[in-house]
Design a protein. Structure first.
Ligand code: ATP
Length: 445
């Protein structure tokens, strides 16, 4: 983890937020390459989940909503985590994590904690009684800071989708089954953020709420479970590092008929990357009750009226970005020297192509600038003329650039450049006039 954290900083992927002020627990900024990588992951998700499915549309709802929405969704009453403090060292923990049991039941936790030593100082019988902690960030809407104006930063993007379900259905004239997708920030005041960007307080979610007839929900659940796994593999994640973890009855939310995590093999073990659940009609029913609006669906074919079920696949961009970086990282020996390569799938690589003039001579710079202008604009291209060509190749390998284009003195006569492929390091001579289509074909297969 330390290696990944320092690598991510050194290479401009992830920085601690407010680092010059000592940072802030659970908040991380994306640097130039991290921001590109995250955007490419988001674009890939949007293409796969929205564009490729005629019955899925996207929305962009606000982070702050009417607090009644969070009352209906159950977040105000139940979006809590259990916490305990060690009386000896004053460290604060997630009670379920320390106790090693997946429950919010305070009695069960207290029982288990009696036999558990403090992971920080080793003291025994030192825990305070477990108590719950509201994880939503509170704020005030408007100038008056009183209870009537309290609202929350959304803890997930799904709430906004459910609240707009009827507007979207009506305006797009969608029939069941159909889905509404959203990518956006979510905020959780986690008791113990950490493991780099695995557990954040400000995160980005990519969520699909797929509405279906109740009797087709089980089939849709299986469909989306498989769909999510296939998409993760398309990002270049290693099959061996991914697995399904079906939730047992006591792990599942009371309303969910079935739920599963796709877990990734992080350096600290297999942990949740993607959550997929058959949430039944719980959400729409709760919002219908709280708002007084009829959210039932009329099936014209059968003449039946019912509340749709929903299948929800939900994944965090940063948790996924971390998995992608871990799987992409590779070291090999080339001519007795260590080579570090990030083997990103080309379509998500932060830099797609680097244009590298062999020297800084003005005639080469001029032609190289021309080559850059010809291919830049549609994807991220870097221009670098500092240091030796070997060093520049190594630098591009380390950030996972799939193709380097070298402009040399022969280029001035033959109007061609050398294209070097990252993984095989094979070099090919390509006409400048054909470069753009050559690269596009390679990058977006
Ligand atoms: P965990 O059990 O790890 O706290 P969760 O079950 O609360 O996660 P969900 O509410 O199912 O998570 O959220 C869906 C997805 O959002 C998760 O699978 C994860 O990818 C991401 N996510 C949730 N909480 C965080 C967080 N604090 N930091 C980063 N990503 C998160």
């Amino acid at each position: 983890m330390e290696e990944l954290t320092s690598y991510a900083k050194r290479r401009g992927f992830v920085f601690q937020a407010s680092e010059i002020y000592g940072g802030l627990g659970g908040f991380w900024d994306l640097g130039p390459y991290g921001a590109e990588l995250a955007d490419n992951i988001k674009a890939s998700w949007w293409k796969e989940f929205v564009y490729k499915n005629a019955n899925v549309v996207g929305v962009n709802t606000t982070i702050i909503q009417n607090p009644k929405l969070w009352k209906a969704s159950g977040h105000i009453d139940t979006f809590v985590d259990p916490m305990v403090d060690c009386k000896e060292c004053k460290h604060r923990f997630r009670a379920d994590h320390v106790a090693g049991i997946d429950t919010n039941d305070l009695k069960k936790l207290d029982e288990k904690l009696k036999e558990t030593a403090c992971p920080n100082c080793g003291a025994r019988h030192s825990f305070t009684p477990a108590r719950t902690f509201q994880m939503m960030f509170k704020t005030y809407v408007g100038p008056i800071e009183d209870d009537a104006n309290v609202s929350y930063l959304r803890p997930e993007t799904a709430g906004g989708i459910f609240a707009q379900y009827e507007n979207v259905r009506e305006t797009t004239r969608k029939k069941l089954p159909f889905g509404i997708a959203q990518i956006g920030k979510a905020f959780r005041n986690e008791i113990t953020p950490g493991d780099f960007i695995f557990r954040l307080r400000e995160l980005t979610q990519m969520e699909l709420e797929f509405f279906t007839k109740p009797k087709e929900a089980a089939k849709q659940y299986e469909f989306w479970k498989d769909y999510c796994m296939q998409w993760l593999l398309s990002l270049g994640l290693n099959k061996e590092n991914l697995r399904f973890h079906d939730h047992a009855d006591d792990e599942r939310a009371h309303y969910a008929e079935a739920s599963v995590d796709v877990q990734y093999n992080y350096p600290f073990g297999f942990k949740e990357l993607y959550g997929i659940a058959n949430r039944t009609d719980y959400d729409l029913s709760a919002h219908a009750k709280q708002s007084g609006k009829d959210l039932t669906y009329f099936d014209e074919e059968t003449g039946e009226r019912f509340m749709p079920y929903v299948i929800e696949p939900s994944v965090g961009v940063e948790r996924l970005l971390m998995a992608v970086m871990l799987d992409a990282y590779d070291e090999e020996e080339v001519n007795g020297e260590k080579r570090v390569v990030m083997r990103f799938a080309p379509h998500i690589a932060p830099v797609k192509v680097a244009v590298l003039p062999l020297s800084k001579k003005p005639e080469l710079s001029k032609l190289s600038q021309k080559v850059f202008s010809e291919i830049a604009g549609e994807y991220n291209v870097e221009y670098d003329e500092t240091q030796s060509i070997g060093k520049r190749y190594r630098r591009q390998d380390e950030i996972g650039t799939p193709y380097c284009v070298t402009v040399d003195f022969d280029s001035l006569n033959d109007d061609s450049v050398t294209v070097r492929e990252r993984d095989s390091m094979k070099q090919e001579r390509i006409k400048i006039s054909e470069l753009k289509s050559y690269l596009s074909a390679k990058l977006f297969v």
